[in-house]
Design a protein around this ligand. Structure first.
Ligand SMILES: Nc1nc2c(ncn2[C@@H]2O[C@H](COP(=O)(O)OP(=O)(O)O)[C@@H](O)[C@H]2O)c(=O)[nH]1
Ligand SMILES: [Mg+2]
Ligand SMILES: [Zn+2]
Length: 366
């Protein structure tokens, strides 16, 4: 990628790091794709616009959605009607792209400057929270941020069509903890079948609010709406579980496109291609993400996995070995707790699968 002369990212990094700590939101950097263990590596952050007086570079818009080169933004109060404003579609400055991929995510706070009748996103504020995953095999970006600055992660699952997948929920719960987001679980399509009772209790015991909804009968929609009022949240889950339908049910004015779940695979098709932020009534702002079939966890080592399963972490204090993997050891308190039903087997199986997946992958963040 062509770098602008004199930008000198590395040299200025310590200065920016210090400034970022002091000013947080007001100073401008952007967390890039190559963080380690969820920590911002500000040495790799994109710098503020060259020549911009420090402290004057404030966010004035929020990213609604974006492609590689273009962002659709919502301007802060007062700016949308400004005579010099050419409209919400803005070009993304090359420093906010990496190898032709945009580094922005819906929910990002950005500064747009108006240049020759064109809006240009020139800088992005550090993210308060994020939902991220490993980039797909074809993506050059290893860590993909799906949504930024969200308060709640609404994990949507359906009881049927497609079938409930506890493994994906457990992965989302880890991603929520990594990104500093509060998780909420929503079992949708309860008109088709009862929500799985064992799992309802399990997640409630873990302290996760659980909602049971139907977009057909309207059951549970009001409760979900009350929980999300005034918040920015992201809806995530398999394709076809009813994410877009839930948004339509909360605010019929939205009229989002929904898709029939393909009978052949019962996995749903991808109707939504990029994450988009929608403004609903009651100041509910929701980022609807494309259906996610698998959530690769980013920046996690095999040893760390148990820390994200609170019930496993608690039991592991009683294991004979400090570095117990809880998989093959004798005298393992975790395995004993699973046998005694203290730890749910489904959660333990998730733990094993996630852990062995990371071991097999030999990720480059370790
Ligand atoms: N029976 C039933 N079908 C639903 C419900 N919610 C959504 N659907 C259907 O499920 C399919 C996928 O919904 P959609 O909102 O596009 O799912 P998304 O991919 O998660 O956004 C559509 O055919 C919807 O009509 C529900 O509560 N009950
Ligand atoms: Mg959808
Ligand atoms: Zn153990």
């Amino acid at each position: 990628m062509a770098r602008r002369k004199g930008l000198g990212r590395k040299k200025r990094s310590t200065v920016r790091e210090k400034m970022w700590e002091e000013k947080h939101e007001d100073s401008f950097t952007h967390d890039l794709a190559r963080h380690r263990r969820g920590r911002l590596r500000l040495s790799e952050a994109v710098d503020a616009v060259p020549g911009q007086p420090e402290g004057k570079c404030l966010p004035n818009a929020t990213v609604i959605t974006h492609s590689r080169r273009w962002a659709f933004v919502s301007y802060d109060d007062g700016l949308s009607d400004a005579p010099e404003n050419p409209g919400p579609l803005c070009r993304i400055d090359e420093r906010l792209r990496e190898e032709e991929e945009s580094l922005l995510a819906p929910g990002d706070r950005v500064q747009v400057q108006f240049e020759k009748g064109e809006g240009v996103v020139v800088a992005a504020a550090p993210r308060k929270t994020r939902l991220m995953r490993l980039g797909g095999v074809h993506s050059r970006i290893k860590q993909q941020v799906l949504a930024a600055n969200i308060d709640e992660l609404v994990i949507v699952a359906s009881v049927k069509k497609p079938l409930f997948s506890p493994g994906l929920v457990d992965r989302f719960l880890i991603a929520a903890q990594q990104g500093g987001v509060e998780p909420v679980l929503c079992f949708n399509k309860i008109d088709l079948d009862a929500p799985p009772a064992a799992f309802l209790g399990l997640y409630q015991e873990l302290g996760i609010p659980v909602f049971c909804t139907s977009c057909i009968t309207g059951e549970g929609i009001q409760e979900l709406e009350d929980c999300l009022a005034g918040k920015l949240c992201v809806f995530a889950g398999h394709s076809g579980v009813g994410k877009s339908s839930l948004l339509n049910a909360m605010d019929p004015e939205l009229k989002l496109v929904t898709r029939e779940v393909s009978e052949a695979t019962l996995k749903g098709r991808h109707a939504t291609t990029a994450g988009v932020l929608y403004m609903l009534h009651r100041d509910i702002r929701v980022i609807d993400t494309p259906g996610i079939r698998a959530l690769g966890l980013w920046g996690l080592s095999a040893e760390e996995v148990s820390l994200y399963f609170p019930e496993i972490a608690t039991e592991s204090l009683y294991c004979k070995f400090r570095n117990c993997t809880h998989i093959h050891e004798k005298n393992c308190a975790v395995q004993k707790a699973v046998q005694q039903g203290v730890i749910a087997r489904a959660r333990y199986e998730s733990y094993r699968r996630i852990r062995s997946g990371i071991e097999a992958m030999k990720p480059d963040w370790l």
